[in-house]
Design a protein around this ligand. Structure first.
Ligand code: LIP
Length: 300
């Protein structure tokens, strides 16, 4: 790790994110053909594939000795996250949003060393908002990010220096996602959890949101705009970049199943919690308590 220049990698990933962002903005998703993967709601467009090719080819030229994992070239049971320095990339996180022109989709570019998220760049080209994080060096959000001299000053995360204590779930703004798997035991567990989180007399979260992009949900938690984000079923490329940004903002990633305090990067079950002066452990335990001891199980 000592001889890897993380800020240089961040700068490379930022310029790649802007280039990918221009490709995404130039695409006409309604005229772009979309294939399906797991089922009819798990879609991939030509633009997802083109952006991944752009990013992987640039990175393999610039950093030939580093590994690369991308959503569109992942092979089930074959692609694994190892200890090697690895770029972990989702070319468009929030593909359903992209296809519908709902402006919450992003390029998610992570870099992990020994499976520790060490650089994160998440860029929403529709809103021109950039999130960056470098291990040990803080994380930032920048508006009008691609506009050169008109770009706003990067703001250190969490915004407003954080909001202090985390209270109970009923005082919290919580994000969770339905995900693309819409059957089976994991889906049933999620549906029971959603009910417990929303129902009066149980968690009754103060508010619930689904941005449709894991990376943007995590960045919202890093910024302190969301208190928590929970999802089962997403992959390392959905979370790697945001995880670094979250850590550097004083937040923490816990496991999506009860009792997992230090989740693996590719565990596919995550609970992101914003930075707080106190109450992190308590709200995680309150959240896990609403899962009724049930555990989601996902293959890699
Ligand atoms: C999406 C995630 C989203 C999740 C979806 C999907 P994609 O990524 O970010 O949070 O609920 O199942 O994985 O497919 O748009 O890259």
């Amino acid at each position: 790790m000592a001889d890897i220049n993380l800020p240089e990698i961040r700068d490379t990933l930022v310029s790649l994110a802007f280039e990918a962002g221009r490709t995404i903005l130039a695409a006409n998703p309604s005229a772009t053909s979309a294939d399906t993967k797991l089922n009819a709601v798990d879609i991939v467009t030509e633009t997802d594939k083109a952006v991944e090719v752009l990013i992987s080819s640039r990175l393999s030229t610039l950093y030939p000795s580093f590994s690369f994992i991308g959503e569109e070239t992942y092979v089930k049971g074959v692609t694994t996250v190892t200890d090697a320095p690895t770029f972990i990339v989702d070319p468009i996180d929030g593909t359903q949003n992209f296809v519908h022109g709902f402006p919450h989709a992003c390029i998610s570019l992570g870099f992990a060393v020994e499976k520790i998220p060490s650089v994160g760049v998440v860029y929403n080209p529709f809103l021109d908002i950039l999130y960056t994080g470098v291990r040990g060096q803080g994380s930032y959000m920048q508006r009008n990010a691609s506009e050169g001299s008109n770009a706003k000053e990067p703001q250190r995360l969490p915004l407003n220096g954080g909001k202090g204590k985390l209270n109970k779930l009923c005082n919290s703004l919580v994000a969770f996602e339905g995900g693309s798997q819409r059957d089976g035991e994991n889906f049933e567990i999620k549906m029971r959890a959603f009910r417990n989180l929303l129902e009066s007399g149980k968690g009754m979260v103060g508010g619930f949101r689904s941005l449709g992009s894991a990376a943007l949900n995590i960045c919202g938690v890093a910024a302190g705009q969301l208190d928590l984000y929970w999802e089962g079923g997403c992959y390392a490329w959905d979370v790697a970049a945001g995880w670094c940004i979250l850590n550097e903002a004083g937040g923490k990633m816990f496991g999506g199943n009860p009792g997992v305090w230090e989740p693996e990067l590719d565990s596919r079950k995550y609970l992101a919690v914003r930075g707080a002066t106190e109450g992190q452990k308590e709200i995680v335990e309150e959240f896990w308590g609403l899962l009724g001891g049930e555990e989601m199980v996902y293959e890699h």
